[in-house]
Design a protein around this ligand. Structure first.
Ligand SMILES: NC(=O)c1ccc[n+]([C@@H]2O[C@H](COP(=O)([O-])OP(=O)(O)OC[C@H]3O[C@@H](n4cnc5c(N)ncnc54)[C@H](O)[C@@H]3O)[C@@H](O)[C@H]2O)c1
Length: 251
């Protein structure tokens, strides 16, 4: 495997302290990117940053001032910014839609959607002012394309991510800012137990995965590889796609 596909690139990976985000940060660091892990969980972020030899910042992606701080960090530490992976996400526990609370709704809309609004609101002007060809990769989900029951507003938040990604791709294409989404199918991460809607047993996890034609769940390595391609110059003509990393689940 050739390394160095992201040499000289500076990347922020939100939610990089766990699950898919950790896989993305690992792949990016291995391919030569200078990575900033931005996560609510400072302890986990610090451990992984040490392991990968990268930077970290304790950040809440739902806060505008934290996005301002992240941009400042990238510019001061690395001289600029090239790639943002909006990976941090949240869900409430799978339940009948009529039992969803206002807090549940606010959680998924804030962490999954408002974060992308804020990241673009802070970072697109930076790319435009500096005439840099920025790359946004937003982690959506197969849930936004082929939803399962019991997660109405999580699913809807991911559909919003996919749609906003396409809209911004066409709006900012002329300025060479690329926007793509990656849509993983269920994997085994910190939030998987919340998706099941049943007791978290091996049998119930296997039932979830049985709907995937390639016969397994998505891994952090799968997501890291997909993001690496979209972030690299190999994908310079790719914008506005929702890349399903799902073993055929959405066919
Ligand atoms: N796990 C799955 O099956 C699955 C499937 C499809 C899509 N996704 C999406 O993948 C992305 C990564 O999730 P994961 O499965 O790796 O889960 P995870 O729980 O393992 O990781 C999520 C990370 O995001 C961080 N985070 C949460 N809220 C934050 C905030 N406000 N600010 C900063 N960081 C915050 C957490 O601290 C954690 O490190 C999410 O967007 C999720 O919706 C997950």
């Amino acid at each position: 495997m050739a390394y160095g596909r992201l040499e000289n690139k500076v990347a922020i990976v939100t939610g990089g302290a766990s699950g898919f985000g950790r896989g993305i940060a690992t792949k990016f660091a291995r391919e030569g990117a200078k990575v900033i892990i931005a996560d609510l969980s400072g302890e986990a972020a610090e451990t992984i940053a040490k392991e990968l030899g990268c930077q970290y910042s304790v950040a809440d992606v739902t806060k505008r001032e934290h996005w301002n701080d992240l941009l400042k960090l990238a510019v001061e530490q690395f001289g600029g910014l090239d790639i943002i992976v909006n990976n941090a996400g949240a869900t409430y526990k799978n339940k009948p839609t009529m039992e969803v609370t206002d807090n549940d709704f606010d959680l998924v809309m804030n962490v999954n959607v408002k974060s992308i609004y804020l990241s673009t609101s802070v970072l697109v002007p930076y790319f435009l002012d500096n005439k840099r060809p920025g790359v946004f990769i937003n982690i959506a989900s197969t849930a936004g394309i082929r939803p399962r029951p019991g997660l109405t507003w999580y699913n809807a938040s991911k559909a919003a991510v996919s749609n906003a990604t396409k809209t911004m791709a066409v709006e900012y294409g002329p300025q060479k800012i690329r926007f793509n989404a990656v849509c993983p199918v269920v994997g085994s991460t910190g939030m998987t137990h919340l998706f099941l809607g049943k007791p978290d047993t091996e049998e119930n996890r296997a039932g979830f995965v049985s709907t995937v034609p390639l016969g397994r769940g998505c891994t952090p390595v799968d997501v890291g590889n997909a993001c690496c391609y979209l972030a690299s110059d190999e994908a310079e003509f790719i914008t506005g796609v929702n890349l399903e990393v799902d073993g055929g689940r959405c066919v």
